[in-house]
Design a protein around this ligand. Structure first.
Ligand SMILES: [Ca+2]
Length: 254
């Protein structure tokens, strides 16, 4: 037989639960909305700061282009390239942007091949190699999940460079990668000879895997500042980035 009192109690309880749930959902929704509001404000602030910085850098580059100090010009272009990297340059992944005053995309393979492909010729303007023989870079590990031994030190030295006259866009290199790490009981130091290449079109140094862990070191230069590159370590099988590293040139007088 039925028990009306119990049914009534259950209905009341259900109603209370429904209201509580509704309130909880509303509270979560409000939190999400508020959180979105906070992030939107933060994004707007960053966006506006980036606009300001971009405009200042473009003005600076325009002003100093006529001066003769190549180091100052190089620094300004380096800043400009870093901003372009953040904002995107409207070209494809394997394309080169000829320049902000005369935007044009050309295939990255056409950069530094001895033939002017950009209307403004910028694809042939900046063809010095940042990784000449003897160049040494020390890494500062930012994130690391490649394995369970985060490096205490990580760096590389270029030992040989070869450029093929028929394929100037790429410089082939030999390098020594060194790294050290410490586990629970002792320290390890490894020196791993490897090969790789610098691609002028995308301004990337790639060092091929050195041991059974099959990790690739990729370092992105901005094409102007030869003293630093944004490094990432990738798994060869999946190309997943498992470590990020800032590489800074070791000065020879150290
Ligand atoms: Ca060219």
């Amino acid at each position: 037989c039925s028990r009306p009192g119990t049914v009534g109690l259950n209905t009341e309880t259900d109603s209370t639960m429904t209201r509580l749930l509704t309130a909880a959902i509303l509270a979560v929704a409000l939190l999400v909305v508020n959180a979105d509001d906070d992030y939107s404000a933060e994004f707007e602030k960053l966006d506006s700061r980036l606009d300001g910085i971009t405009s200042r850098i473009h003005n600076l580059v325009a002003k100093i282009d006529s001066r003769v100090d190549p180091e100052t010009i190089r620094k300004a272009h380096s800043l400009e390239e870093r901003v372009i990297k953040l904002e995107g340059n409207q070209c494809g992944k394997r394309e080169f942007q000829c320049g902000s005053k005369d935007p044009q995309c050309v295939p990255a393979l056409f950069v530094c091949d001895g033939v002017k492909d950009c209307r403004n010729g910028h694809d042939e303007d900046n063809c010095d190699l940042p990784t000449n023989v003897g160049a040494q870079f020390d890494g500062h590990t930012i994130t690391h999940s490649c394995n369970n031994h985060r490096p205490d030190t990580l760096g590389f030295e270029i030992t040989k460079v070869r450029r093929d006259p028929y394929f100037q866009t790429v410089a082939f290199v030999r390098a020594n990668v060194h790294l050290s790490y410490t586990d629970a009981t002792k320290s390890f130091a490894l020196h791993l000879p490897t090969t790789g290449y610098y691609n002028f079109g995308v301004r990337k140094l790639v060092l091929l895997p050195t041991n059974e862990e099959r990790l690739i070191i990729v370092c992105d230069f901005d094409g102007y500042n030869f003293d630093r590159c944004q490094g990432s370590v990738k798994r060869e099988s999946t190309l997943e980035v498992c470590s990020t590293v800032l590489f800074v040139r070791k000065q020879n007088d150290e």
